[in-house]
Ligand binder design. Structure first.
Ligand code: F6P
Length: 358
């Protein structure tokens, strides 16, 4: 029987979105199942406003290695999903209306945390949903890894590698600010892979005096330079003690563009050393997916294709203990997968002499 599938990619993009969608479609076609694919443009926005295009099999050809998303993406905050748009349109009702109008069998939704909250809401509203976990932040609950993460680790690591040679020539302190939103998976892994001396992550608030000590200690032992991998969400012990509101206020009034610049100024003031900040920013989400992500996203896509053919809905396809698994959406939505400060990887990093500024 013909399947009618809607597809969308929502939130910040990442590598291997196309590989994952290709995996879904290839699996269904390979089983000689007839399928019609409706690609919604720019995430939930396309579903809300009925902006879609029919995708043919050839659209999924040659995209395994292609970065970004052939469907485009946008952020549609969950916080305001129940609020009418500027023309009074009920967004949730509009999404349901378009789903039923097109007579879809299901929606395949690729996204991170926010996307999963809305996906779960649509499931609660009665739509058939299968999701795939994308984000360079790796902060999605229910899966050991998200696709995009390993590719971003590669890019962030390359940034640290490049800094290493120049840091050694100049004998300076270098900070590389790494994405990851509110969690430290990406900065920790790239920091370790790039041989950073100090790694600061949101899960372990730092004390600037400890950072200075670690730099001085390196100096005394003859190292002329220090490299810090700083999470964009890194937070000092002092700031971690503030209320959410006061912390927001502090950031709003801060003269620094990001936490790395604040740390740089504090180190410069305390040590007299030259400090430079590098922010690889969105390059971490860009370019072609790494081989791991191509394989991983294809596996996830394939499992999603299988679920669709069996008519099993309401799941995110993820990975646990190296096995591809389906996880009920209600278990995933609204939970953040943070790093445990007592995790063995942190202990091992500390044994290697890496300082976390704590
Ligand atoms: O969630 C992915 C991510 O790249 C985060 O690491 C980062 O905090 C955020 O998105 C940046 O968002 P935007 O692309 O909207 O600037």
């Amino acid at each position: 029987m013909m399947k009618k599938i809607g597809m969308l990619t929502s939130g910040g993009d990442c590598q291997a979105l196309n590989a994952a969608m290709r995996g879904v479609v290839k699996t269904i076609l390979n089983a000689s199942q007839e399928v019609e694919i409706y690609g919604f443009i720019n995430g939930y926005r396309g579903l809300i406003y009925g902006d879609y295009r029919m995708l043919s099999h050839s659209d999924f050809s040659g995209i395994l290695t292609k970065g970004g998303t052939i469907l485009g993406s946008s952020r549609t905050p969950f916080k305001t999903i129940r609020e009418p748009d500027e023309n009074g349109l009920d967004k949730v009702e509009a999404m349901k209306h378009n789903y039923y109008k097109l007579n879809l069998d299901c929606l395949v939704i690729l996204g991170g945390n926010g996307t999963h909250k809305t996906a779960n809401l649509l499931r609660e509203e009665g739509l058939n949903i299968v999701t795939l976990p994308k984000t360079i932040d790796n902060d999605l609950w229910g899966t050991d890894m998200t696709f995009g993460f390993q590719s971003a680790v590669d890019i962030a690591t390359s940034a640290i590698d490049c800094i290493h040679t120049t840091a050694a020539s100049h004998g300076r302190v270098f900070i590389v600010e790494i994405m990851g939103h509110k969690v430290g998976w990406l900065p920790l892994n790239a920091g370790m892979a790039g041989g950073a001396d100090i790694i600061l992550i949101p899960e372990i608030p730092y004390d600037i005096e400890k950072i200075v000590k670690a730099i001085e200690h390196r100096h005394q032992r003859g190292s002329q330079f220090t490299i810090l991998a700083v999470a964009e969400g890194a937070i000092s012990k002092k700031d971690a003690g503030l209320s959410k509101k006061d912390y927001k206020e502090k950031l709003k009034n801060s003269p620094y563009p990001s936490v790395s610049y604040e740390i740089a100024a504090q180190i410069q003031e305390r040590t007299g050393q030259d400090v430079r900040v590098t922010v690889p920013g969105h390059t971490q989400r860009g370019g072609s997916p790494c081989p791991y992500d191509r394989v991983f996203a294809s596996r996830l896509g394939s499992e999603a294709g299988k679920l669709i053919m069996k008519g099993e809905y309401g799941f995110m396809v993820g990975i646990r203990n190296r096995e591809i698994v389906k996880v009920p959406l209600e278990e995933v939505a609204g939970k953040l997968k943070t790093l445990d400060p007592d995790a063995s990887i942190i202990k091992e990093a500390k044994m290697l002499g890496i300082s976390f500024g704590d």
